[in-house]
Design a protein around this ligand. Structure first.
Ligand code: HEM
Length: 149
């Protein structure tokens, strides 16, 4: 399926997609770092309350809109006809981005626990969580630039 009127906008859609990706990735890489330090802040302390504000703003003002924009502009590109829906690299990329989106929602669940002073996980758990988006980003970017299949 393609929408002809989108065809001339392909370069603009790709630019908007890359800007959204950068914003989303910045949040996915930074939020687990905040969780690592939040683990050692006492519940109810000024430090813990400050982390809560930082986490909420990062999630709501940056990560949520950027993730939606990444999907909208990412899907608008094949809709414009510039890229074929049948390309193998696009299927592999979409599967990895679904995993990245799952990680985003896992972080939302952890944030809600911190917001309720109910986090039970260690800083080591969040250091490992931090590696997830890094590894996925590396594979996704090589897939879309090299288009190996
Ligand atoms: C959310 C679902 C996504 C869809 C449907 C999608 C789809 C696409 C498509 C069709 C292109 C155009 C490729 C071309 O013109 O050659 C593209 C470009 C790109 N995408 Fe995505 N993408 C998504 C998410 C992501 C994510 C999460 C990342 C990074 C972690 C990413 C990184 C890139 C980059 C760097 C480009 C530019 C590649 C180039 O200019 O050669 N995309 N994407």
């Amino acid at each position: 399926m393609t929408l002809e009127f989108l065809a001339p906008w392909y370069p603009t859609l790709k630019a908007l997609h890359i800007v959204s990706v950068i914003s989303w990735m910045a949040g996915l890489l930074y939020l687990p770092r905040l969780f690592v330090y939040h683990c050692s802040a006492e519940a109810g302390s000024v430090q813990s309350e400050t982390f809560k504000v930082m986490e909420r703003r990062l999630l709501r003002a940056i990560m949520a809109p950027a993730s939606i924009a990444t999907w909208v502009f990412g899907l608008a590109i094949p809709l414009s006809g510039a890229i074929a829906w049948t390309d193998g690299w696009l299927h592999a990329k979409l599967a990895l981005v679904v995993l990245l989106t799952w990680l985003h929602h896992l972080m939302v669940r952890r944030w809600k626990e911190f917001a309720a002073d109910a986090n039970t996980r260690s800083h080591r758990y969040y250091r490992v969580l931090n590696e997830g988006p890094t590894v996925l980003m590396l594979i996704i970017v090589f897939l879309v630039v090299l288009k190996p299949f």
